[in-house]
Design a protein around this ligand. Structure first.
Ligand code: FAE
Length: 546
């Protein structure tokens, strides 16, 4: 049967043999460090779905929302199949590593591109992008008219490429983030559950104060505090004990080798090591990597018909499969879910979806900038790729700025920041029949409020320190990284396109359970909120719908 063919990985299914093959490849890499962290004991199972199959629950996407849904459904006794357009990322390449390094991107770095598209794409005014061969790599730089949206591709979704910053928003800000959700439930039950499930921890402050690899963050703290801004430690899913050992030279370096944007080979607890590992351990969850859902429509006998393109590592469709599912969970990420729903409504597959589908999309107010420090204020040649602190000026200026690394391996005298701002602009996805694609009507000028809010922090710091903005990081004499977002949110907003638990209006058994539910902003980095909301919604769905 063609469906038992291994797809993009060494494992051939959730047979015992396949499971051990997959786990073995991962643990083999871990073993290079001479030590296997406790959380690395298992990996998600891959079993490409058969055309004609019938599944009780089908989850589109394997990021945060999808992983929570799969685990909790499986624990409730439901068999789940997860469909993921990206690769399994469980097999090392010829260099012995699963993921390539940020400083030396190869074909594993980008999703179907022939040239890298680094978020920070200039250095000293020179472009740093390079040619690569086209491959189903891990980071998608998806281009819409006014914005490039970065997203993870593979089993684990955004958890494969992100910085792991795991931030619970301040409770006083929650009403503006998810106005229809009871904050007591979230802060008493679902945020703690999400933090536990994700393995969130905070850096040891004494180690922070002494280690070379966070000199850049200490400089960031000093400058923030001297201008009167609070500096806060930001929790992360990185294994902080592992990082200490990296610094001590006793394990393979990962955060301290600059690994982040194109995957992290060791210390980061991506979803493959947390929710998806737990899901695999139930024996009820299987995954089809390199499979892309292209259609969902009501099936004549009840449930839904789902059409899936199986692709190869060049992105070409090799097989088209049709399966049926009693329930379908859209967890393809804010952009992926929105694009699917907008297309399915416009092309008559799901015509009864309401007119809120595609609306309320925001960039979490992302904007980047760098500052040029004095020569007597170096930020360090060794920089951990995992950020651990931020500057909080949300209440007064509408900005929360993470002090980000520039892990180039050389002293840059630069302080670098990713700001999350209260930018109120929202965009809308729409179907373009001429191109057969979904457009997003964001305009680059809509970043101006974000820049103004970030300036409430950095103009003041520059004035106090006698420093200036870097102009060489995003082009030739360009200060602001205002062309991108790492944090797409919205497009199928809770309580608008869906009911208050993610049930899609007009179609019983169809659910949205990812960042598409959140109306454009979370005031901090978003994945803890996406995870906590998914925990809340799936609990209700299991209790009342199954
Ligand atoms: P997501 O994790 O994007 O998962 C969706 C999955 O669906 C992906 O694996 C897709 O490949 C797959 N997919 C899409 N369409 C289809 C289809 N048609 N068929 C099958 N599969 C499909 O969704 N957030 C933080 O909180 N802290 C951070 O430090 C942080 N750093 C970031 C750094 C970078 C470079 C990036 C790109 C993002 C970062 N984020 C961070 C954002 C975070 O990763 C993102 O909000 C979540 O991953 C979104 O979770 P979802 O479950 O919505």
């Amino acid at each position: 049967m063609s469906d038992s063919t291994p797809v993009g990985s060494a494992s051939s299914g959730f047979s015992r043999r396949g499971f051990i093959a997959g786990a073995g490849s991962l643990l083999g890499v871990m073993a290079l460090g001479g030590r296997t962290p406790a959380w690395a004991q298992t990996v998600a199972a891959t079993t490409p779905i058969a055309s004609g199959a019938h599944v009780p629950a089908l989850v589109i996407g394997t990021g945060y929302g999808g992983s929570v849904a799969a685990l909790r459904l499986a624990q409730a006794g439901v068999d789940v199949h997860m469909v993921e357009m990206g690769m399994a990322w469980d097999t090392p390449g010829s260099d012995g590593k699963i993921f390539c390094n940020t400083l030396s991107p190869d074909n594993r770095s980008y999703w179907l591109r022939t040239r890298t598209k680094a978020p920070l794409n200039y250095f000293l005014g020179f472009p740093i992008d390079r040619d690569i061969s086209c491959y189903t790599g891990i980071l998608d730089a998806e281009e819409f008219s006014g914005i490039t949206v970065y997203q993870g591709r593979g089993v684990g979704g955004g958890s494969l490429v992100n910085g792991g910053m795991a931030v619970t928003p301040k409770r006083e800000n929650f009403g503006a983030i998810l106005p229809t959700v009871n904050p007591d439930e979230m802060y008493n039950t679902y945020y703690p559950r999400a933090n536990a499930g994700l393995g969130v921890g905070t850096i040891d402050p004494a180690w922070f104060d002494s280690t070379d690899c966070y000199q850049y963050a200490r400089v960031g703290r000093k400058h923030a505090q001297r201008s009167g801004f609070p500096f806060v430690f930001v929790p992360d899913v990185y294994d902080w004990d592992y990082m200490k050992q990296e610094a001590a030279g006793t394990v393979t370096k990962s955060a301290l080798a600059g690994e982040i944007l194109y995957g992290n080979n060791n210390g980061k607890k991506s979803l493959q090591k947390t929710y998806l590992a737990q899901a695999a351990a139930t024996g009820r969850v299987t995954v089809s990597p390199l499979h892309k859902v292209v259609s969902v429509a009501p099936a004549s006998g009840g449930g839904y018909t789902v059409v899936i393109d199986q692709i190869n590592t060049s992105g070409e469709t090799t097989t088209t499969k049709t399966v049926t599912a009693d329930r379908v969970f859209f967890a393809a990420g804010s952009v992926g879910t929105s694009k699917l729903l907008v297309k399915l409504k416009a092309t008559g597959m799901l015509p009864n979806l309401n007119n809120e589908v595609g609306k309320g999309w925001g960039d979490n107010g992302n904007v980047m900038c760098g500052r040029a420090n004095h020569l007597w204020d170096p930020t360090g040649a060794l920089q951990s790729s995992i950020p651990c602190g931020g500057i909080d000026n949300w209440a007064a200026g509408g900005a929360f700025a993470e002090v980000a690394p520039l892990p180039t391996g050389i002293e840059t005298f630069a302080s670098f920041y990713l700001s999350i701002t209260k930018n109120p602009n929202r965009a809308e996805f729409s179907w373009n029949p001429a191109t057969g694609k979904v457009d997003l009507n964001w305009q680059q000028s809509w970043k101006q409020p974000a820049i103004d809010m970030a300036k409430t922090i950095f103009d003041k710091i520059n004035s106090k320190e006698g420093t200036i903005y870097r102009t060489d990081l995003f082009g030739i004499y360009k200060i602001w990284g205002d062309h991108l977002t790492y944090h797409p949110l919205g497009g199928a907003v809770l309580g608008k396109a869906t009911d208050n638990y993610g049930r899609l209006a007009g179609y019983p058994g169809l659910y949205v359970i990812d960042g598409a539910l959140i109306p454009g902003n979370t005031s901090v980095n978003p994945f803890v909120t996406i995870t906590a909301l998914a925990e809340r919604n799936i609990e209700k769905i299991i209790a009342t719908d199954l």
